[in-house]
Write a protein that binds this ligand. Structure first.
Ligand SMILES: *Cc1c(COP(=O)(O)O)cnc(C)c1O
Length: 414
């Protein structure tokens, strides 16, 4: 395959993970064991001093996990990828590696709830402060930046608001202030969002979602796209000698090793399987989502539909430029209030009432009473989570069946 320029789908299937599987198995097996033996003490020393790559202990590296990391890295065109036990572990580990006590980051205020809580409640006692901004306003972003700001963090499509940051603008700001531009691309995956081409330096994934192949296992990953000059990152001072590899070196040799949130080999196997069909599943779910968004928009019971695929969305143009002709597999819409939202949700017979997104199955949730139930009414308003808001994560079922189910539930409202 060397020297061939292949399409995304082809790389997803044939792209080399590791070439060291002794039986040349077409599907890389699960190495579920913990420790790996060495022929002699010298080789062991070389491995432990990072002079000769070798697997020693599965918390740090494992062949099956490495196979997944290399495949995902190929699809992201990254410098290196580290798989972790969950999307939250990917965020925690990577942020902890590049931020010291006294540093701060500027983050979108429209974030996955646990990420918001990680920044606000969990990282702040370590002396890492977050300034939350509305990323639609470049002035607000720049006002939040000071001499200790190291990183900008956004999600490629926020949920449940379905807002899309303009990465061209963010990349300009990051370049001007020498900040790391980090993006959580969970909902877009490398199939929809070419993070590197869009100026992102570090991309994080909850591979639990699309990549896992249909909610098969919890997982996460962080990819260094090889585009940031790590000599500008004080938290990596001890690792500057690794040059471009400084971030990955600190992750692998210290933060990931010590935090210990490694991906299980069994999960890596399932997630590698998921990568093979990623393009098919993402395309179908995005097509279904666009059709449902258009259908909902025409219904008088529906006060608003939020989906960047609709030409009426203020994010349509930016999304069209950034996301490979698709707009994601999640939409949200508003009914009159909580009573109507509950009645609608309870009237569905096919669509499942469940949290999670980018499953193969269509899932529905009422964000205000679940994901955002910790927040005050003011906080919910600030995050644009109204009492009538419903989030729909659209799967790959027959579109007609989804339309029937939604139509039936809307009829229950009158
Ligand atoms: C689900 C999710 C996470 C957290 O991932 P887990 O795998 O559940 O830990 C982070 N970011 C986004 C955008 C998510 O959707």
């Amino acid at each position: 395959m060397n020297g061939l320029h292949l399409g995304f789908e082809t790389y997803a299937l044939h792209g080399n993970g590791t070439d060291n599987e002794p039986h040349h198995a077409n599907r890389y097996p699960v190495y579920s064991g913990v420790a790996f033996s060495f022929g002699n003490a010298e080789d062991m020393e070389l491995a432990f001093t990072y002079r000769k790559p070798a697997h020693a202990y599965s918390r740090i590296t494992n062949p099956t996990v490495e196979n997944f990391e290399r495949k995902l890295n190929l699809l992201e065109q990254g410098l290196g990828t580290i798989a972790l036990s969950s999307g939250m572990a990917a965020l925690t580990t990577s942020l902890r590696a590049v931020l010291r006590r006294g540093d701060n980051l500027v983050a979108s205020k429209y974030l996955f709830g646990n990420t918001y809580s990680l920044l606000k409640d969990t990282l702040s006692p370590f002396g890492i402060a977050t300034r939350f901004v509305d990323f639609r306003d470049s002035g607000e972003i720049e006002d939040a930046i000071d001499g200790n700001t190291r990183l900008l963090l956004v999600e490629t499509i926020s949920n449940p608001q379905m807002m899309v940051p303009d990465f061209e603008k963010l990349a300009e700001i990051a370049a001007e202030y020498k900040l790391i531009l980090a993006a959580d691309s969970t909902v877009t995956t490398p199939y929809l969002f070419k993070a590197k081409e869009n100026g992102v330096h570090v991309v994080m994934h909850s591979t639990t979602k699309y990549i896992s192949g249909g909610a098969t296992s919890v997982g996460g990953a962080v990819v260094d796209l090889g585009t940031y000059d790590w000599s500008q990152c004080p938290a990596l001072a001890k690792y500057h000698k690794y040059g471009q590899g400084a971030f990955l070196a600190r992750l692998r040799m210290e933060v990931h090793r010590n935090f210990g949130s490694c991906m299980a080999p069994q999960s890596a196997y399932l997630q590698t399987l998921g990568l093979e069909t990623l393009a098919l599943r993402v395309s179908t779910s995005c097509e279904n989502t666009l059709a449902l968004a258009k259908f909902l928009k025409e219904r008088k019971e529906v006060a608003a539909v939020h989906y960047p695929g609709l030409s009426s969305s203020p994010f349509h143009g930016v999304a069209t430029n950034q996301f490979n002709g698709h707009y994601g597999g999640v939409l949200s819409f508003e009914l009159a209030g909580k009573k109507e939202a509950f009645l609608f949700i309870n009237s569905l017979r096919l669509i499942r009432r469940a949290t999670n997104i980018n499953d193969n199955k269509t899932l529905i949730i009422h964000p205000a009473s679940t994901l955002f139930s910790d927040c005050t009414a003011e906080e919910r308003e600030e995050m644009m989570v109204s009492d009538g808001l419903i989030r729909l994560s659209v799967g790959i079922e027959s579109l007609a069946d989804l339309l029937d189910d939604i139509n039936r539930a809307l009829s229950a409202l009158v």
